[in-house]
Design a protein. Structure first.
Length: 381
């Protein structure tokens, strides 16, 4: 075995792995991060919507995690700035939930009832930050919109560029001593129910803790750990458009009722997405049907996007847990192994905070949230 040079090995260089590694080195741990850079990494494809107040979730631990994660962003941005980490693309911007057709009115009313009941119950966001607006107001905020049959404006939302965020976390981590290696972790070394190291590209590394943040690929370690880890790839195809000469930087994010969305960025970049395909396995390919679905839904909601230029198409595999809830925290069967995966469609929002929470658990500190509801043991009947 190679001599012990790190306390912790983080497997995976997406947002979860980079966030866990960064928070560990901030607290003085010696950390190595291994990333295989698989084609289909979710972080590199993510749309970057940050919004807790408009999800359909009822109040409860996953909703609480998402609010805390959203509220952690400004602190993280200050920390990254003080580590001179570079751009992340983070900005606060409003989100508009719109019903496009009369037929969506019933769903709109159900969502409205749930959102405002939760707002009344939890006191967050404030009424100023979350309220209904008229169709005319909606079109004024986002001019390409077509007909609107209901709109809720949510001001406490934001966006982040997943690629830039992961790079910034890495840069900030490296400034604090994080070592990053390209490679593939194939096996853990376990001695008397405790992790002792890992095999990386045939080489054995000795470490005392391992964080598995391998996205949709994380279940590769489940059999060895004797756990059930029902996390599977959910394919997402997403398209980047450009509307020339339009001041798009303050346009809201548009969220519709068919699981699709439109995210406006500065300088005319408009990102439209995304498919949510289960059962496609590890096939990060763009398909004719997927591209058609994304474009037709975007143009149905916002016909004014028709003249936009197509500049890029991306595809990523979201790590989706069977019950849709992130998997976070220690593996009970093997001491020293922690999971940070299963963040499905919300990993860019949740990832930085989840990484921090897992780092706390690795360091033996009480995490800011109870990890029990996110524990892997929930999958054993
Ligand atoms: C189209 C699309 C749109 C999205 N939009 C949003 C959004 O608007 N808001 C939001 O919050 N989230 C969004 N998401 C979800 C978000 O991107 C993911 O939840 C998040 O990026 C998952 O991060 P991760 O680090 O767990 O996994 P990944 O980003 O997939 O990273 C896992 C990494 O681990 C590496 N790895 C795996 N196994 C090994 C191994 N054995 N050894 C070494 N390396 C390994 C892989 O190569 C990969 O680089 C979107 C996702 C997609 C695809």
């Amino acid at each position: 075995m190679r001599p012990l040079t790190s306390d912790v090995l983080v497997i995976g260089g997406g947002v979860l792995g980079q966030a866990a590694a960064y928070h560990l080195v901030r607290e003085g741990a010696r950390v190595t991060l291994i990333d295989r850079a698989d084609v289909g990494q979710a972080t590199a494809a993510g749309a970057g919507i940050l919004s807790a107040g408009t999800t359909a979730r009822h109040a409860g631990p996953p909703y609480d995690l998402s609010v805390r994660a959203f509220n952690y962003y400004p602190t993280l941005m200050e920390r990254l700035a003080s580590d001179d980490a570079g751009e992340t693309g983070f900005a606060r911007c409003p989100l508009l939930l719109v019903a496009r057709e009369a037929a969506e009115r019933r769903e709109f009313e159900e969502a409205r009832a749930a959102i405002f009941a939760r707002q009344a119950g939890t006191g967050w966001p404030s009424v100023e930050d979350l309220h209904e607006i008229t169709p005319d107001e909606a079109r004024r905020l986002f001019p390409p919109l077509g007909e609107v049959h209901g709109a809720i404006l949510h001001r406490a939302a934001g966006r982040v560029d997943g690629r830039l965020l992961a790079q910034a976390l890495r840069r900030a981590g490296e400034r604090r001593g994080l070592r990053v290696r390209h490679g593939s972790a194939t096996r853990l070394l376990i001695e008397r129910r405790r992790v002792a190291g890992a095999v990386v590209d045939g080489e054995t590394l000795a470490v005392s803790s391992v964080v598995i943040a391998g996205g949709a690929w994380s279940p590769a370690f489940a059999a060895q750990l004797g756990i059930e880890l029902p996390v599977a790839p959910q394919r997402g195809q997403i398209i980047h458009l450009r509307l020339r000469d339009r001041p798009t930087h303050d346009w809201p994010i548009i969220s519709g009722f068919r699981g699709h969305y439109i995210v406006a960025w500065p300088e005319g970049r408009i990102v439209v997405g995304a498919t949510r395909e289960t059962g496609t396995g590890f096939e990060p390919t763009l398909t004719a049907g997927g591209v058609r679905e994304v474009l037709s839904e975007a143009l149905r909601v916002a016909p004014g996007l028709a003249p936009a230029e197509i500049v890029e198409m991306r595809v990523g595999l979201r790590p989706l847990a069977a019950d849709g809830v992130p998997v976070l925290g220690p593996v009970p069967s093997v001491e020293g192994v922690y999971l940070a995966t299963g963040h499905g469609p919300s990993g860019l929002q949740l990832g930085p905070f989840s990484g921090k929470v897992v780092a706390d658990a690795v360091l033996g500190r009480a995490p800011e949230v109870d990890l029990e509801p996110f524990g892997v043991s929930r999958f054993r009947a």
